[in-house]
Design a protein around this ligand. Structure first.
Ligand code: PS7
Ligand code: MN
Ligand code: MN
Ligand code: MN
Ligand code: MN
Ligand code: MN
Length: 345
């Protein structure tokens, strides 16, 4: 052909996948194996929300500026001139905001049905983020669920719409919004629980006061200074995340396409593995505890269908149960949730 190189679309697509790899190794793996019908769609969806989250997370912006930027963001998803020089608290995120044109270019090439889903979720997430900027932190457990719905449950719902719109999954999964929401909540709550040290150091507080106040009047004070109360609070946070997992199992049971299944199941398995590592682990109060590279490679290579998923979950849950050798009320609660997971498989 005459067009040998420098097709601007190819260049933008290459940019998007390179950026995805930079900002999320695990999502790169699961997105790259997706059916080509929805692969670029979900890559763009990820980067659009990553850009939105970059605005939400930037400590340099005032609350008022943030709210204006967030509220207007959905109008600019396909704006190829949208760009910000200095938004973002990490170099990779700053660079994404500077070169947002590539994301907009690929977004503009998507079928309208996908554009609408991405736009709708982005707008709802931005409005939700603004609601929480205006509040003084997360007080109740209900507010915690609401925040996690905005920043992650909505992603689960949007992804479900994309699976159905592509016909890779049956339209009936659209009726499972509650289960799709739980898929997001479980990932988000695991992230918030694991990221204690990083978030507190950056003066970001996500642990709900209703839970924290049962153990301390200053949960940031546990930073590099964990006590038994700190561990009890941590285990309560783990329990609150864990209660969503049976719903995640129900969601995953309904999937038909293998690539969609792996895309959905691998992050859930990694999150459950993370939660087990974080449970009763005082290192959470001083560092970012992460599962080993070997463990995540094992999960990616072995979690290929529901049968294998079941096997891996059962192994993980039974190992976790061996750690519950005390008669604390919190451990009893953990054991109940773990037994419920085994029954749901
Ligand atoms: C569109 C794949 C599969 C039904 C950027 C995937 C940040 C946990 O900020 O990067 O570094 O601490 O570790 C992902 C449901 C959302 C929820 C949410 C969009 C699963 C912006 C992921 C991801 C639904 C708000 C990344 C929720 O964690 O966070 C796509 C089904 C983005 C999913 C954020 C967090 C995601 C998150 P950070 P991470
Ligand atoms: Mn991340
Ligand atoms: Mn955020
Ligand atoms: Mn973030
Ligand atoms: Mn985090
Ligand atoms: Mn991060």
């Amino acid at each position: 052909s005459l067009q040998v190189k420098n097709d601007p679309i190819d260049e933008s697509l290459e940019y998007c996948y390179k950026k995805l790899e930079k900002v999320s190794r695990s999502f790169t793996v699961v997105i790259n194996q997706l059916n080509p019908k929805i692969k670029d769609e979900i890559c763009v969806f990820y980067l659009v929300l990553r850009a939105l989250d970059t605005i939400e997370d930037d400590p340099k912006l005032s609350a008022d500026t943030k709210i204006i930027l967030l509220k207007n963001f959905h109008l600019n998803i396909g704006n190829e001139s949208y760009s910000h020089d200095d938004i973002g608290d990490e170099p990779d995120y700053v660079e994404l905001m500077q070169n947002y044109c590539h994301v907009a270019k690929i977004f503009n090439k998507l079928e309208e049905k996908y554009q609408k889903i991405i736009e709708d979720i982005t707008k709802k997430m931005a409005d939700g983020m603004c609601e929480f900027i205006e509040m003084k932190g997360i007080q109740t457990l209900a507010e915690y669920d609401k925040y996690c719905h905005y920043v992650a449950g909505l992603v689960g719902i949007g992804l479900t719409h994309i699976f159905a719109a592509s016909n890779l999954e049956d339209r009936k999964i659209m009726e499972m919004e509650d289960l799709a929401n739980s898929m997001g909540l479980f990932l988000q709550k695991t992230n918030i629980t694991r990221d204690y040290a990083e978030d507190v150091e950056k003066k970001r507080f996500f642990w709900p006061n209703e839970l924290c106040s049962k153990f301390t009047d200053d949960y940031a004070g546990f930073l590099k200074n964990p006590s038994q109360k700190a561990l009890d609070l941590l285990n309560s946070m783990v329990n609150d995340a864990l209660r969503h997992f049976t719903q995640c199992v129900s969601y995953l049971k309904c999937l038909g396409d293998t690539t969609v299944f792996k895309f959905c199941a691998i992050p859930q398995l990694m999150a459950l593995c993370t939660l087990e590592l974080v449970f009763n682990n005082e290192r959470v109060f001083s560092e970012n505890v992460k599962i080993s590279r070997a463990e995540s490679i094992e999960i990616v290579s072995k979690c290929v269908n529901f049968e294998q998923f079941k096997f891996l979950i059962a192994k993980l849950v039974n190992n976790w149960k061996l750690k519950l050798n005390s008669n604390s009320e919190l451990f009893d609660k953990t054991k109940i949730f773990l037994d419920q997971i085994l029954l749901a498989l």
